[in-house]
Design a protein around this ligand. Structure first.
Ligand code: PLZ
Length: 445
């Protein structure tokens, strides 16, 4: 019998077969035969239910979820308000196309985003289907507004897998290798990465601005796009002052400053948006992932005069702002605002920092523990150096998964384990997950 997901699912780690179990294996064989090889997976199970802090597979294993489907299920899988809203909307209508006949849900999501994103200036929003699509549109909007073409992204950046966003993304393998030619007029600047460059935010910003100024030139530059805390690149938190200096330079030079908050948005970092942690007010902000409790929805939100620079019909898409996704987003946003998710993210972050910090003190293979809120990472190095140890990160992830704890790797050098649990994970389950991480790490000595 398939269990019902959501918060009522038993909150336990329970391993009843090896992973993958026989039923999961069967599905993975069908996957290998039917699904394109390029679509890989990291946790070899057939998921049948999820909620709170667990994922249950078809063999009856219950795994602790420390990945939230890459920062998506912040309100938890199958949050009751999201389920109810989806069911209600699915029964009313599933699609009209907002560009054909508008409906309230889309407008209400735009109003909520305009209200919740940083800054009290007049804002407008447009809705799309995925993070990559939001980023593409933010660039279109910035180009139209400025009449300029160039875009600057940073080292270690991740912005998506479509053609323009591949160009913006830094890492070649697996995201770009063999998929060129890439979109033109995309330039890269050095990021602030305190663990590796040792620079103050001010000095790192000077270095980046010099590259931008000399190699691109403000007069040609439509936008600078940056993740306030880099996600796939390694949960890199820039040094204090870095983002502020870049943002101020953009304002002084008529360049649109775009914060890509696809991964950091919606309470993940202990604030509604990570930009708030650094005191920056982006001109445009891209969101997706956590926005709709697991349904595909994304947005660009920003200064009304920038958002309105595009001619009618210049933005859109068949499904952008689908009514079911919008209903889910309104329910998720209500949950974010009323159910203490910012506090949850902070509490989870403190627990992660305390446990991982203690592990670091006793283990020279852990170079750094960093992050904000429930977005925390461990960077593995060869002891006594800053040299990456991707083999260790990969072994830790595999070892944890085998014992029923889902952890994800990331980082340009693949040497980082990231923790981004659903914000509904019970604290004892988080502790148990970290016990497993500690024992796997010990076993790899
Ligand atoms: N911007 C900051 O983190 C998506 C993708 C993982 P989509 N990150 C996870 C993978 O291997 O594909 C992401 C992000 C930031 C943009 C995106 C893209 O969002 O919804 O995956 O298109």
């Amino acid at each position: 019998m398939t269990p019902i997901g959501g918060p009522t699912l038993a909150q336990e780690r329970k391993i009843v077969t090896e992973i993958p179990g026989p039923v999961s294996k069967e599905l993975l064989e069908r996957k290998a035969a039917a699904v394109a090889a390029g679509v890989a997976h990291t946790v070899p199970i057939a998921a049948v239910a999820a909620g709170g802090g667990v994922i249950v597979d078809a063999d009856g294993n219950s795994l602790i979820d420390l990945g939230a489907g890459i920062a998506v299920t912040s309100v938890g899988n199958s949050h009751p308000k999201v389920v109810e809203a989806v069911q209600r909307q699915a029964a009313a209508f599933t699609h009209t196309c907002f560009m054909i006949s508008p409906y309230e849900g889309y407008v209400a999501v735009a109003e909520a985003l305009n209200r919740l994103t940083p800054g009290d200036h007049a804002k407008k929003s447009a809705l799309f289907n995925s993070g990559a699509e939001a980023v593409e549109n933010a660039v279109k909007i910035a180009r139209k507004f400025t009449g300029r073409q160039a875009v600057v992204a940073f080292d270690h950046a991740y912005h998506g897998r479509t053609n323009l966003t591949m160009a913006l993304t830094a890492k070649s393998m697996p995201y770009k290798s063999g998929f060129g030619p890439f979109a033109s007029e995309v330039y890269r600047a050095p990021m602030s990465y305190p663990f590796h460059d040792g620079l103050s935010g001010e000095d790192a910003a000077k270095r980046a601005i010099s590259v931008i100024d000399k190699q691109v030139g403000a007069a040609n530059l439509a936008a600078v796009i940056i993740e306030p805390i880099q996600g796939e690149g390694g949960f890199i938190v820039p040094a204090d002052g870095f983002l502020n200096a870049i943002s101020e330079w953009c304002t002084a030079n008529g360049v649109v400053f775009i914060a890509d908050e696809v991964q950091t948005g919606f309470t993940r970092t202990g604030a509604m948006f990570a930009s708030e942690l650094f005191g920056i007010v982006p001109d445009l902000i891209t969101t997706a992932k956590g926005i709709a409790g697991g349904l595909p929805l994304a947005a660009v939100t920003g200064r009304a005069e920038i958002m309105d620079a595009t001619h009618a019909g210049g933005l859109g898409g068949t499904y952008g702002g689908n009514p079911i996704a919008c209903a889910a987003a309104l329910a998720a946003i209500e949950a974010f605002e009323t159910e203490g998710f910012i506090e949850n993210a902070k509490t989870i972050g403190e627990a992660l920092f305390t446990r991982l910090g203690a592990m670091q003190e006793a283990d020279a293979r852990i170079g750094e523990v960093r992050g904000r809120g429930a977005m925390i990472a461990v960077e593995f190095v060869k002891p006594g150096t800053h040299e990456a140890d991707p083999a260790l990160a990969s072994a830790v992830a595999k070892g944890c998964i085998a014992q029923g704890v889902v952890v994800l790797t990331c980082g340009t050098y693949g040497n980082i384990i990231r923790f981004l649990p659903p914000l509904t994970i019970p604290s004892d389950l988080l502790d148990e997950g970290l016990d497993v991480v500690a024992s796997v790490l010990e076993g790899l000595k």
